[in-house]
Design a protein around this ligand. Structure first.
Ligand SMILES: [Zn+2]
Length: 338
């Protein structure tokens, strides 16, 4: 039975129930306690015009990743001025910000924006603070941040983690990987699982010796896709006459909504993109792939594809960290793209 009792989450390391660690960019500070910064565009405005600026932001700003940042701070040089945060610099150029501000005559006059020089680059914390203390430090050192408790921990506590189910799925794929190894194949195995209906949807191993792109994740998603094609075919036959039945079109659109993925090794970027496209819910993996993985911030180029702001889907990722199970996972070449 799924246990909905509250989780034991370490707020600094994000280790859950002492068994697995949530992989969240900006949260796991493996090398130091320093906060990751990013660039943003700001403008200096007359302090008495703060409402004009806030209204402008509401109507015009489309950049993401600013929710944890306050939109105004006191000017560091002039008491009658404020500094307003307009947009993240990785999404719009300085010129675009200037054009946005000048598009409305009233805004640019009231805010006294005269030239591109009025747009100032600032360094801001890229991610929300993880503790109240960090919120205070960030606000003092970089840019005022908003502290509303830890939304990630709140969200994790809404999730159901059935420890028996998770460890059983992981033990199963390790056993299959061992058989693969004994057969002279790569011991990389993936399983797609429906946690709501407690159903194994597919389990697949790596077959790159047959085809270079037949990684275990791709094979597994492929099997679920093939089953789905068959299911829909049968369903369409059954419902041929019922042509006004369009209400579940959206649920049919994406393959793996609500499903969990269990895999023996941290997947490569190609496989992670397949998981984004099929819209999985959670990924659990056993061994990290420090040279080729695309999930952990300290793996390879640190893509963290599962939480990329540039993509239209994000999923939770967890790395198993209980050594008892980990040491039973067959070892593979570090340079292999899993
Ligand atoms: Zn792969």
């Amino acid at each position: 039975m799924a246990n909905k009792k509250s989780l034991d989450i370490d707020p600094k390391t994000l280790v859950i129930n002492g068994s697995f660690q949530q992989i969240l960019p900006g949260r796991i500070r493996t090398h130091s306690d320093s906060v990751e910064l990013t660039k943003a565009w700001s403008v200096i405005i007359p302090a008495r015009k703060s409402m004009v600026f806030i209204t402008f932001l509401k109507n015009h700003t489309t950049t993401t990743g600013m929710d944890h940042l306050k939109k105004l701070r006191k000017s560091q040089t002039n008491k009658s001025q404020l500094q307003g945060l307009v947009a993240m610099a990785d999404e719009v150029t300085k010129h675009q910000v200037f054009e946005m501000l000048c598009a409305d005559d009233e805004v640019h006059q009231e805010l006294e924006i005269h030239s591109m020089d009025d747009i100032v680059e600032v360094s801001v914390p890229k991610y929300p603070p993880v503790t109240q203390e960090e919120a205070k430090d960030n606000s003092k050192q970089y840019w005022p941040v908003i502290w509303k408790g830890d939304p990630n921990i709140q969200q994790l506590n809404q999730e159901v983690f059935d420890m028996l189910e998770i460890s059983q799925n992981l033990r199963d794929i390790i056993e299959i990987a061992k058989i693969q190894k004994d057969n002279g194949e790569l011991p990389i195995v993936t399983r797609l699982y429906d946690p709501e209906n407690k159903q194994i949807l597919a389990t697949a191993h790596d077959e790159r010796f047959k085809h270079i792109l037949h990684h275990s994740v791709i094979n597994c998603v492929g099997r679920v896709a093939a089953n789905e094609v068959q299911r829909r075919g049968e369903e369409d036959d059954d419902e041929e006459a019922n042509n006004d039945d369009v209400d579940d079109e959206s649920s049919k659109k994406y393959l793996c909504v609500g499903y969990d993925v269990y895999t023996t090794h941290e997947p490569c970027s190609y496989c992670c993109m397949a998981l984004v496209h099929s819209r999985i819910r959670r990924l659990f993996y056993l061994k990290p792939s420090p040279k080729t993985g695309a999930i952990a911030p300290d793996s390879a180029k640190g893509y963290c594809i599962h939480q990329s702001r540039q993509l239209n889907w994000a999923f939770h990722s967890f790395k198993w960290c209980d050594p008892e199970l980990l040491q039973t996972v067959p070892v593979i070449d570090d340079n292999l793209f899993v």
